[in-house]
Design a protein around this ligand. Structure first.
Ligand SMILES: NC(=O)c1ccc[n+]([C@@H]2O[C@H](COP(=O)([O-])OP(=O)(O)OC[C@H]3O[C@@H](n4cnc5c(N)ncnc54)[C@H](O)[C@@H]3O)[C@@H](O)[C@H]2O)c1
Ligand SMILES: O=C(O)C1=N[C@H](C(=O)O)CCC1
Length: 249
């Protein structure tokens, strides 16, 4: 058998991190060499080939820079990334050829396909809005997935020369029309009992297309996380979105 990939998990005590630890332990080609949570010394991850970060938006970027310095590939599921923080990682990686970082707002395969289908359809519908629905312990809104979805929809509509969704609202309570992500309205629901869900609503005169994805359990993210771990070393530089590993990018 070829050598196993040495894996470190950051945020290992969390909802996602603990699920990832079990998934790595269950994979014959992976070896769990470090589990870290808040307060642990990041240098414990330096012996890994790949580190997986499911921490919190406030710390994920500094974790990634430290791991790049240590020459460790990184698979990032933590959300909260913006254009500036991604640009800083891209610049850092330019000085560390061979190191790969994959940032994916959603590792559930169905969610990645839902985003891709929505972006393809978006140029053909007059109206489009995104609704994301999550458990109430989530700290960021709107979800990273919804922002990634809206950005892809906006890019597809711009490329096709489609204008903004029609909206006659002139009077509103703050927030009633949701957040504006690249011109696409995004609404966030927080409800006990939910895990991670997204609907993309597309409307034309006389018809509606609804694309919906549901993660009922965090195990849904594991095939995508493991795919990222196995492939990140062959994708030097920064990759944003699992779609690029599924030939959907
Ligand atoms: N990409 C995806 O598919 C996907 C799926 C689910 C969740 N997420 C994202 O993953 C992140 C984590 O979600 P969660 O539900 O597991 O949160 P959580 O709060 O359950 O877990 C976060 C963990 O990170 C730990 N942590 C905090 N600071 C740390 C540090 N400096 N070093 C190491 N660990 C640290 C916390 O103690 C906690 O155990 C969120 O940003 C969430 O949006 C992404
Ligand atoms: O539970 C969370 O938190 C999730 N966060 C990601 C996001 O913000 O898109 C992915 C789904 C679950």
């Amino acid at each position: 058998m070829s050598e196993r990939i040495k894996v470190a998990v950051l945020g290992a005590a969390g909802r996602m991190g603990s699920t990832v630890v079990r998934a790595v332990q269950g994979a014959d080609d992976l070896e769990l060499v470090a589990t870290l949570d808040a307060g642990d010394d990041l240098s414990a991850a330096a012996g890994a080939d790949v580190a997986i970060d499911f921490t919190v938006p406030a710390v994920t970027e500094s974790n990634v820079h430290a791991l790049i310095d240590a020459g460790v590939h990184v698979v990032v599921g933590t959300t909260g990334w913006d254009d500036e923080s991604k640009a800083r990682v891209r610049d850092h990686l330019a000085d560390r050829p061979g190191v790969g970082v994959l940032i994916a707002p959603n590792f559930a395969l169905g969610a990645v396909f839902a985003m891709a289908f929505a972006a393809r359809a978006a140029a053909w519908f007059e109206s489009v809005e995104v609704i994301e629905l999550h458990h109430p312990d989530k700290v960021d809104a709107p979800s990273g997935t919804a922002q990634h979805t809206a950005a892809a929809i906006a890019a597809a509509r711009t490329a096709a020369g489609v204008g903004p969704s029609p909206d006659a609202t002139t009077q509103e309570l703050d927030g009633a029309r949701g957040a504006d992500v690249d011109g696409v309205r995004v609404h966030a629901v927080r409800l006990r009992g939910l895990v991670a869900h997204e609907e993309i609503l597309l409307g034309n005169a006389g018809e509606q297309l609804t694309i919906r994805h549901d993660s009922f359990d965090r195990v849904s993210f594991m095939p995508g996380v493991l795919l990222g771990v196995r492939q990140v070393g062959s994708h030097p530089g920064l990759t944003v979105g699992l779609e690029h590993l599924l030939d959907l990018g």
